[in-house]
Every structure is written in structure tokens, then in C-alpha cells.
Design a protein around this ligand. Sequence first.
Ligand code: FES
Length: 569
Amino acid sequence: MPEGTTPSGIDRNLPSYGDTDFSRYLRRAFLASAGFDETDLDRPIIGIADTSSDYNTCHREMPSLVAAVKRGVLEAGGLPFAFPTASLHEILFSPTTMLYRNLVAMETEELIRAQPMDAVVLLSGCDKTVPAQLMAAASVNLPAISLVTGPMMTGFWRGERLGACTDCRRSWAEYRAGRLSEREINEIRQALCPTAGTCMDMGSASSIACVTEAMGLMLPGGATAPSVSSDRLRIAVATGREAVKLALRGGPRPRDVLTRSSFLNGLTVLIALGGSTNTIIHLIAIARRAGIRLTLDDVEEVAQRVPLLVDCKPAGSGYLEDMHWAGGVPALLKALESLLDLSALTITGRTLGELLAEVPPPGEWQTTIRTLDNPLGPPGSLAILRGTLAPEGAVIKVAAATPSLLHHRGPAVVFESPQDAADRIDDPSLRITPDHVIVLRNAGPVGAGMPEAGSLPIPRYLAEAGVRDMVRVTDARMSGTAYGTVVLHCSPEAAVGGPLALVRDGDKIELNVPERRLDLLVDERELARRREQFTPPPLPERGWRRLYAEHVLQAHLGADLDFLSPEPS
Ligand code: FES
């Protein structure tokens, strides 16, 4: 290889033996043991980041998708190398996958940097795996394309259509209120997750998949095709072919695509979807990796001008397969065309506008994807709140809240941790009334890794009396599939001395969503006294949890590790 030339293909990222020619020779010797000859090794190398795991039921179809991507890569003249990374399944991970998103991002980044590849296919699906891979891709800036496993199909129980996991939560709430029997709730359990794939409502996995496609990092149609559909396999093959094109062209690279325009386009789609609040944290984290300034103010600005267009649970009534058959993200983008920056580049090398020129508007034969002149709901499906209880911001999913509770004043009842809430929420001696504001604290990034504990259940005795929603305030997150009047991501969190740490039982809290306020109605002298008494909880003793707690940023900054997430200029 001529001096000064950047190595490519299999000669990228050689091991360091102090003799480059020997490193190259040795690598080819070992690859010969796997049956590769020079004809193979002179091709562009496509890495496939594979998050298969027996512990990840959402990724059950991944082996067949890896095979399909490999076929596409080979057809286009590349050589595929799949490599495993850690996998995060929401329900099989404790205490929360959010605690490990940054670990997977770091691992994926290092594996892309350390192994030979000219482009990488990021294969993921369950909530945190997609943002972790995008954070890695934005950091490495090697040509990359995202492919998700796709959503589950829906199930049926006694004629009722069901899906994970809005219906999981709704059914469980009905069971707690005594309106479903033990036998019925167990029958429903068997119907909620009938196929491989990710949660099939507009939860966090669906939201980030749709936003990734909208931002141009995935092939059109790639977000919504069901995991078990032939569409999904064809998209996987096409993704393999596209990865080879990316490798041969040397781009566009992730940071060519991840511009401020593409993030604002992504936010526009998120709001039109009535998507998950978790996506906000992930988008801010990915933006910071790409050197882009994205803030909660951007979220608020977009949220106030974009209406709800997609009829999917929890904000609507349908499921991801409905959205897919209705045209998927391309049809939604077409409906939103006038609100988007069409000059945003996609990994195809074409602009969003060029892609949309070939997409028809949402068909009149369907009702899942609406148009701007016939929206499902008004602008403001999400709102950003500030006030004495959340100086740096908090988030509420207005579309999933009870309208009559959006302006509410009530006494606080405080739970010190998710476990404390689990232990005491049903205790009748607390005398919780529907007017109370339930506070859950020490569940932010430092306090607990930010679990999806924010949508605490309604106390059993109130649920049995017919109470279906109450105001809840927390530094935790909630599942994108959850619903209720829940104020999330209060920043700064209680564990670092944020105002949530100062709340006492009986204090008055006022939620005023129309005014975008969240306030603790206690005078400043009393708060100063309480602040002096505050002692932070101890940090975890060792390992990743210690590193995480020492370096994680607050939710409004994306909850990435400070040394991986430079302040955007
Ligand atoms: Fe994997 Fe919901 S648990 S997407």
C-alpha cells in the first residue's frame, strides 16, 4: 500500500506489533483459517452489529435478519462480518436498561473503532439498543445504516385486539381494581406478545425507530415493517446492499446526516406520532455525540406547532402494523412535508425532499396516518415544564394525560424510591386521596439509573373505587407505552440535591401545563433550611454502576456519560 494512504477494508485497524506488514500478513493468515482468500478480502468490509440474545425476546428474528443483511452485502460485492454486542431487553434486565444504554454505546463504539470495517449495519430494536448504536455511530462517524427488528404483530383475547404494552398496563390496572379475574389476567398474558418483535404500540422502541428513519439513518419503510413480515426481510437485504454503497462512496457519514435540521425533523415526527418521552433523552444524547445543540426548548417549540397525526396507542387506538400498512414513516413524512427541512441529507445520498417526491400522500382508504388538515389531536402532545420543582425542566406526555388534571394543585405524598413505592403505595394508612400528588424521587440518572418507574400505580383502594388517574411527579422515566398524568425527568434530580429532594408529605404542589409550570408551593426560607439538611444518597460501591453514577449527566442533557458527551459549541 502506498505510503500515506488510509488503509481500507480488511487492512483497517490492524493490531499493533510494531511491523505493519507483519500485522497485515498475520491477519490474512488467520482469516485463511476461516476460508477467506484474496478474492474475499479485497472487497469492502461491512460490519454488522448484532444484538441477538436469548435474553432479548424482541430480537428473536435477528438471526434471520443477519442472514438477510449478509445476502444483501454479498450481492452488492461486499464481505459481511457480524459481531455480537451486548443486548438490552426492557423486561429481562434489572433494575433498568437505561443504566446500560451508555455501556452498550461505549462497547459498540469501541468495537467499530477496533475492528476492520468500511461501513456498519446497526441491527437492534428494543428500546435502548437503537439509541445506544446511534450514539456510537455519531461518535465514530464511520458510514453506518440502522436496521431494526421491527414490531410484533397484535394478538387477540375474547375478540379484543391486544398489544404490548399499553394493553399490558391497562389490563393490569383493571386487575388491580378488581375488574378482571385471576384467570382472565392470565389468559390476557398469553395474548399480549404473540410474535417476535418489539412492542407494537407507539412505545419507546417504535418511537425511536420511526424517528431514526425520519432522520435519514434507515431505509424508507424500515421502522414499521413487522418483525415476522416478508417486508422486514426485504428491507434487511436492501440494507445490506445499501451498506456496500455507503462503503464504496465513503458516505454519507452519520454526522453528514445528523444535522440540526435532521434532529428537528426527528422531533417533528416524534410529536406527530404522540411518541415516547424517552426519545427526548435519547435524541439529546445522540445530538451531543454529533456535536449538535438540541435542548428541551427545541422540544417545546416543535411540540407547540406539530399536531398529533398518528393513531397508535397509547395516544391513539391502533398499532404499528396499522401504521405500516397505511404507508409507514414515508407517508407520515409526506403528511408533514410542509413542516420539515427537506434539504436534510439521508444515508441514501439523497435529500429527504428527493425521497418524498416519490411518496404519495396518506391514502384516503386508511385512518391511521392523518393529514395536517385532519389531525387526530391538536399540537402539544408533549410539553416541557419548568418551575421551582424542575428548574432545568421536566416532561409530560399531554396526549396520554387526563385533561382535567393538567391544571391541578394538591398535597404531596412522597415515596423515597421505586421500592418504597412498591412497598407502601397500597397502604390505606397513608390516606391518599385522588387530589394528592404522588411524588417518586431518587429515581433519576444518578439515584437509580432512571428506571421506567414514573407511572406508579394508582393506590389499590382508590383504583377499586374507580379512580383511574392521578398527578404523579418524578425524576424517573416512564415507558413509552404508559399513560396517565405523569410529570417525568424532573431535573436536576433528587439524588444530586434537586428540589424534588426537598418535598415533604403534605406540601402543596401545583401542576399547570397550560402555563408550562411545575411548582412546589413552599416558601424559600423553609426550602433553604431543608436544603442545608440534605445529604446525598451513597454512590454504588464498584464497577459500571459506580462509573455511571459518577459521570452520568442529568436527563435534560441526555443522561450520557460526561466524558463521552462534549458540550456542543
Ligand atoms: Fe423490547 Fe418493548 S420490551 S420493545
